[in-house]
Design a protein. Structure first.
Length: 554
């Protein structure tokens, strides 16, 4: 914890009103917050708690319809110049650096990342092109990206998610800001990349002696980075204290609930071992053909020789980092990608034998729950008919389909009036329940959940995981569960396949693989998983693990 220095940022009594008709009167009410140079304050809470609105108020960027009605914001000893647009533009990116959740939305897709860093420097007055380039190269190296020259000339789509987030961090720190605001910067990243990005942010913050406001919905990611933690709910701070006080002795029921929502291993009751197999993937290989220059092509082996067996009523987890081949394998199993080798056997039938793809009657037996529930639903179609659509496709009358949809909506815990509402009228967790209902309406034998909870708050994740388990016990379907979060895998999976660079490096019961792993890569994944207090079980730099194996965690 930094010593007693003057406050870099001080907020007193901040109140922001919501427009008429909102579900509550204020987005933020009576908020007090302070940050000293070199200190990290974590603002924690679920979606809708007011965390991001607080950050937007600091930047004078409140959305239309929201109004600051009370409170004062002091930055570096002076009132925030909210009435002076030019002064605020100089402040943003200059004295205050910003790291957003999704680097793809931050970076310009038609400009190289090096040029984007240089453009930021130009806007803030660095006049020499040579000086801008040198500073851009310096920042690319500072965020520990290999081959800075190549990265400087790369476009955002040529970078991995972790690399793109490092560029976003480089841009945020390029002008050596006094305050860094990081809004959910690791939510979309896999567990090892998340651990690296958190360590990088903290190291660079210490190097630059910047104050850090770190916004997150996940208490488990803050214990290695926070000096103080503030827990926010419905626009108010319900608990605040040092990191150790919050994690070791939380006092507010909401904080306790957030901590208890973290997935725990051992909560899954294993099914009987002699259940029949419903799906078998044998030596699956998937190759992508990518353009290489104007005239050439190169082949990328996304999946190599992966086999797995899925039994009735069982949950089989596919775990691994982004780019490990998990989603490619799923797409191959669903016959959405052509196989370069191997076969998929569904209830004794090789589904790759059909020249025009899996027959409709067979496709009914295996259904997908996607990662992003909002994009999976038609925004112009009422939720009930989105759910009923599968039943209509498979021959039900409108009356039969509507009746079945209402039954499934009730089964996934949605009220009767949900049938006639549109997707935007639901919360994120409710929309994911709609997607689960949509998949279950045709009574599949297999449910495929591809990162189906990764974008949800931890308490909503816990609800959806409990829902999956309850539905599986009631309906008896098998589930192929894709995740990069080993805590989730340990809490819901019976069997696990660990993917690395397109190969299955370890397979077996979750109780064995995720407790006593045999492979270095699995151990590295586990070492990056925060425990209940949020601390990684050991530092990546001490594990050897993937780095020693030549893996690229960026």
């Amino acid at each position: 914890m930094p010593d007693d220095r003057s406050e870099l940022l001080e907020i007193r009594g901040l109140t922001i009103a919501l427009p008429d008709g909102a579900d509550r009167e204020h987005a933020v009410r009576g908020l007090d917050l302070s940050i000293r140079p070199g200190e990290c304050v974590c603002l924690v809470g679920e979606s809708g708690s007011g965390k991001s609105i607080t950050a937007q108020a600091l930047l004078d960027m409140l959305p239309r319809g929201l109004e600051k009605t009370a409170g004062a914001i002091m930055f570096e000893g002076a009132p925030l110049p909210t009435g002076d647009p030019a002064a605020m533009r100089r402040l943003r990116g200059g004295r205050v650096g910003l790291i957003f959740q999704e680097p793809a939305a931050t970076l310009d897709p038609v400009m190289t990342v090096g040029k984007q860093i240089e453009e930021l420097l130009l806007v803030h007055g660095m006049g020499s092109a040579r000086a801008r380039r040198e500073r851009a190269m310096e920042m690319i190296a500072a965020v520990r990206l290999a081959e800075p020259e190549r990265i400087h000339k790369s476009y955002p789509h040529q970078l991995s998610g972790g690399q793109a987030q490092r560029i976003a961090i480089a841009m945020a720190l390029a002008l050596k800001p006094a305050l860094l605001i990081a809004d959910e910067p690791t939510t979309a990243l896999d567990v090892t990349t998340q651990a690296e990005i958190l360590a990088l942010i903290r190291d660079l913050q210490d190097e630059f002696q910047a104050g850090l406001l770190f916004i997150t919905h996940d208490l488990s990611v803050v214990a290695d980075i926070a000096d103080r933690v503030m827990v926010m709910r419905d626009g108010e701070i319900v608990e605040a204290g040092t990191r150790d006080a919050i994690f070791e002795a939380p006092s507010h029921p909401y904080t306790i609930r957030l901590l208890e929502s973290l997935p725990r291993p051992g909560s899954r009751i294993a099914p009987e071992r002699d259940r029949p197999a419903v799906l078998e993937a044998r030596d699956i290989a998937i190759t992508y053909h990518q353009r290489d220059g104007l005239f050439g092509n190169r082949d990328i082996e996304a999946v190599r020789g992966v086999s797995l067996l899925l039994k009735r009523g069982e949950t089989h987890g596919l775990v691994g980092q982004s780019g490990s081949g998990k989603s490619s394998l799923v797409r191959g199993i669903l016959q959405l990608e052509p196989l370069a080798g191997g076969s998929v056997i569904l209830d004794g039938t090789d589904i790759g034998q059909f020249a025009t793809g899996m027959p409709r009657a067979m496709r009914k037996r295996i259904q997908l729950v996607q990662q992003d529930p909002f994009s999976a639903l038609n925004p112009r179609q009422k939720a009930g008919w989105s759910v009923a659509e599968g039943a209509l496709i498979h021959g039900a009358t409108r009356k039969q389909a509507a009746e079945r949809a209402r039954q499934i909506l009730a089964l996934v815990g949605l009220p009767e009036q949900a049938f006639d509402r549109f997707p935007h009228e639901f919360s994120g967790g409710q929309r994911q329940r709609l997607c689960i209902a949509r998949a279950l309406v045709v009574e599949p034998e297999i449910l495929v959940a591809d990162e189906a909870i990764s974008a949800l708050d931890v308490s909503i994740q816990a609800q959806i995981l409990a829902l999956f388990s309850a539905l599986q016990e009631k309906l008896g379907f098998a589930m192929l569960f894709v995740t990069h979060d080993l805590r989730v895998a340990a809490s819901i999976c019976d069997e696990v396949t660990v993917m690395y660079r397109g190969e299955a490096v370890e397979q077996g019961p979750a109780s064995k693989v995720l407790v006593t792993p045999a492979h270095d890569y699995t151990r590295t994944l586990l070492n990056a998983v925060p425990d209940r207090a949020g601390r990684a079980t050991s530092s990546l730099s001490r594990t050897g693990g993937v780095s020693a194996m030549g893996g690229d965690l960026s």
